[in-house]
Design a protein. Sequence first.
Length: 233
Amino acid sequence: MKLYGQITLVTIYVLTLIMYLKTYYRTQQALQWWSYRQSLKLFLEASKIHEGLLQESFTIRRSLDLLAQDNLNLTINKVQEYLKQADNFHHALVQLSDRLFPTYIQDSLPLAIECLLEQWLTSNSHLCFHFDIPPYWRYEQAERSLIVLKSLEELLILTLPNISVPISIFISLKQQKNIGQLMVKITYPEPSTIIFSSYLRELEYLCKSFRFLTSGKCFYRKDDLSITCHFYW
């Protein structure tokens, strides 16, 4: 009887250890996925700087050198060209700054979300966004707001196919007592546009990463024509 009890305890211990290791491994995979996604974005931003902004700055600098050497032949068109180059350079720097640390993230999560969605609307006219976002929000630490904003961005990247079909996105931001709630529902025009099953694993990683990084909750539900994701923190 005593031996049976010892065997039972060992079995429970082994099963508990196996469950712990499985949970640890899945969490590790999710965080590795999150880290990879963020590292990839930083790499792409660095590439844009090297291939775009640095070349633009060289062109502006060279133009100014030529202007200093031969300012008598300067025309109105040349002035406008240089001014346009400077404006484009300034605008690109502003966009880069917003991507690295989004506008309003320290002051207002609702405004930061609206700015993010404006960028999606500008480059994706076929998307139809509907909002239920309050004008005011509680004080939120910048790092927490950044996780929420980046999670929303990753969700949109994963669930919006790169095809020009009308897709409806409803986004709701609410607060119940001390809990922040972000709900995103994406409705597709037909089943064929639903994301492929390979992305479902990445959605799982997104949810696990959010839960770990915020000590909150995250889950999604997939229907025939829609995907709904809930974030709680």
